[in-house]
Design a protein around this ligand. Sequence first.
Ligand SMILES: *[C@@H]1O[C@H](CO)[C@@H](O)[C@H](O)[C@H]1NC(C)=O
Length: 482
Amino acid sequence: MQGCHTEAILTWKLAHLHFQVLVVTVCATLIILICLCTTRSEGLYTQCYKNLHSKTSQPQVPHLTKSKKHHCTLTLDKMMECFLQQSVDAEEKFYKYKEQRLHIEEKCREAEHTREMQMLQMLGQMLNGLSSTSQMTAPSHSSPSHKANLRNHPDSLHLNPSTFSPPIVLERPFSLRPTRPAKDMDNIFQLVRNVIPPLTSKKHKGQDGKIGIIGGCKEYTGAPYFAAITALKVGADLSHVFCTKDAATVIKSYSPELIVHPVLDHPNAVSEVDKWLPRLHTLVIGPGMGREDAILDNAKGIIEKAKSKGLPIVIDADGLWLIAQQPAIIQGYQRAVLTPNFMEFSRLYEALLSEPVETSDQHGSVLRLSQAMGNITIIQKGERDLISDGDKVLVCSHEGSSRRCGGQGDLLAGSLGVLLHWALLAGHEKINAQNPFLVAAFGACSLTRQCNHQAFQKCGRSMTTSDMISEVGTAFNKLFET
Ligand SMILES: *[C@@H]1O[C@H](CO)[C@@H](O)[C@H](O)[C@H]1NC(C)=O
């Protein structure tokens, strides 16, 4: 509720500011015009005065040139008449401009009114969204007896708001805006920009992020590579890939920039990875991991170790398969982000809420799953990405393209790994006391969409994940470093 209001008020203020600037411009133009008019009449006055002077001095200087004679023939009356005529003209002009000004002002008022109406409409739509979401949320919150209570005593709604707290729904179709201070959550882009560490020569290697990817097996080597290389391109210093023995050489050969550990199918996989955890900032678990039991067991052990160290964890792809089987592994660990696509989301939702996803209420579904997971941040990837931390629902509908390619999720997971580290490092002030997981999630979603958009512009239908990864640098600059 508060968020919506703040947003509305802020946008209104902005509109108001635009209006004020416009009025000031109009006034300034008018003043200049009036000055010009006055100067012209003054010029005339001087001329008249000169003529008058020459006329009065005529008797003393009887022999003048022809042109001067012409001037001298003007009578005082004629000059006065000319003067008056000019001042009447000036006055007329003045009123004409004044009328124009009033006309412009009226247009401004009209424009402002239209804007206000649009704002109100938007607010109405938001409120509708809110009430529909809370309608969907209410049953999961309150027991039947409590619902009966509410029906009998409508006042209890006010007395006990905790049982009926509507979620905050922020719709933010993204636009490139000039930098301005971040207020509330209303300019999440500014918050993302705020957490990006500056490029200075003083830092030592590794300060901007060391990311670990858990995944990569004989069948799938692309996904962990995409996630790891994206992390590097976004700005991480080091990307480690922990994969099976079969996959290691293959992944290594894709890129000399990655550090590849062939340990995931090792009997001591958990302790092998555990050795590295103190040197990592974020773990991304799942890309190309496969669903072999032994590997899933190892992944589970690694998650436990990472949790005990408070490491931020991104869980994607086959990692989400594991979570759907055993939600307790990650439930309640609020330093985790799950990034399910719609299929993976449905699986998780059914596992946790024992009912099919309510497709008519996607916001509510994402919110409920997040709450059921103990307020873990969830990104439901799709045509629009929905992000929730159990309290707010953010929508990232930044323009991508209609073409989605297989590795897009890996790109999201990899960039999220880096942004999470930055958002957590930045501290409360830079993100305006908002949830750093939401800020990072929103940043990663919009970056992925921007990459998709740019790659599609260049390649069209032939676009692949590699094309998207080539765009990471420019997309990042365009979004966050303008
Ligand atoms: C999750 O967030 C909601 C909304 O802020 C809150 O009411 C609830 O207590 C939280 N649950 C947990 C487990 O933190």
